[in-house]
Write a protein that binds this ligand. Structure first.
Ligand SMILES: Cc1cc2nc3c(=O)[nH]c(=O)nc-3n(C[C@H](O)[C@H](O)[C@H](O)COP(=O)(O)OP(=O)(O)OC[C@H]3O[C@@H](n4cnc5c(N)ncnc54)[C@H](O)[C@@H]3O)c2cc1C
Length: 304
């Protein structure tokens, strides 16, 4: 791994930056600790006509086996810090761990973010995905975000981000560099009890201690993708090193030697089998890093 004078490392393996731990090497990686650093990194990429991809904790991301011919941006230092501002605002750098932010809010007696306790992403990634659980999501608590693109940092309100079910207007080359969550004063004992309940529920319903990226598919209206995949008889179904989790069918587990191609093949099989059984076409929740184009949806087979 070489490092340029601009602090940009070259030929960086990306699998260790993702929770499923598959995929190849990025041509370049910038670790940014300030808004100015993010702007510089974006300018570096623009000057080389290189595509850009932002990677948080990589907890909902498949990196292609061929890696990425562009610049990956990650946030660290001040842009991964967390602080309470005023009576009800939690300031998080885009690279801050969401579960740590939840802990910080709880310690300050602030309620509203508890649903994120077991979502193992960054604050920026969670806002970009509008992550959620337990009938809530980030759109319920987000006040503002600082979004950086080629023109520099810009503070935008929640209403400017078009936050829907696991979707926002944040594009693959925009960096959510900091966010402000507006929370409410709460009873610390009640907050702690809620967190314990959510964590216990996760332990009993989701695979533990294995490589996954959380939900594979979004839930169709009024349905559960996990239930549909399980009903199609695919729990435990495997291709190469990837298998449908025997614990929760909307999770894919990766064994040593698993490739991104194995994961995509299992996703294709789930979609085709559910469709053949008369179910809806499932849509990927997980994002995919294409070698040339950057972040987008996984390259799944076309089905109608
Ligand atoms: C065990 C497990 C449980 C999970 N449970 C849940 C759950 O309950 N609910 C849920 O919604 N998700 C869940 N997830 C998925 C995942 O944790 C969330 O989607 C999370 O928000 C992704 O954040 P990240 O930082 O890891 O983003 P990444 O996986 O790194 O990236 C995901 C997307 O966000 C973009 N992105 C990341 N950081 C930024 C940034 N700073 N600025 C702009 N774009 C950015 C990436 O470009 C990519 O498009 C789970 C995952 C695991 C492994």
């Amino acid at each position: 791994m070489a490092e340029t004078t601009a602090g940009i490392r070259e030929q960086v393996p990306l699998a260790p930056f993702t929770s499923i731990r598959v995929g190849g090497t990025a041509d370049a990686l910038a670790i940014c600790t300030s808004f100015g650093g993010v702007t510089e990194a974006l300018a570096w990429a623009a000057g080389r006509d290189a595509p850009v991809a932002v990677v948080g904790k990589g907890s909902n991301l498949i990196v292609d086996d061929a890696g990425f011919r562009g610049l990956v941006i990650r946030l660290a230092g001040r842009l991964s810090s967390i602080s309470v501002r005023g009576a009800d605002t939690l300031w998080c750098g885009g690279g801050a761990s969401l579960p740590r932010a939840v802990q910080r809010a709880a310690a300050a007696g602030l309620t509203g973010l508890e649903f994120g306790a077991s979502i193992p992403g960054t604050a920026g990634g969670a806002v970009a995905m509008n992550a959620g659980a337990y009938a809530s999501d980030l759109s319920q608590v987000l006040d503002w975000a600082v979004v950086c693109d080629a023109s520099g940092p810009r503070k935008v309100g929640r209403d400017q981000l078009a936050m829907g079910y696991r979707t926002t207007s944040v594009t693959g080359d925009q960096v959510v560099a900091a966010v402000g969550f507006r929370l409410a004063p709460g009873d610390p004992a009640t907050i702690a009890q809620t967190l314990d309940g959510f964590r216990a529920h996760r332990r009993s319903t989701q695979p533990q201690g294995v490589r996954t990226f959380g939900s594979v598919f979004t839930n169709p209206p009024g349905e559960s993708s996990g239930r549909l995949i399980e009903a199609a008889g695919l729990k435990g179904f495997a291709i190469g090193g990837a298998r449908v989790s025997p614990v929760h069918a909307n999770f894919i587990e990766a064994a040593p030697g698993c490739s991104a191609a194995d994961v995509i093949a299992v996703m294709d099989e789930c979609r085709l089998t559910v469709r053949d059984a008369g179910g809806p076409v499932l849509h990927a929740e997980v994002r995919y890093l294409h070698p040339e184009w950057g972040i987008g949806p996984p390259p799944l087979q076309e089905i109608s």
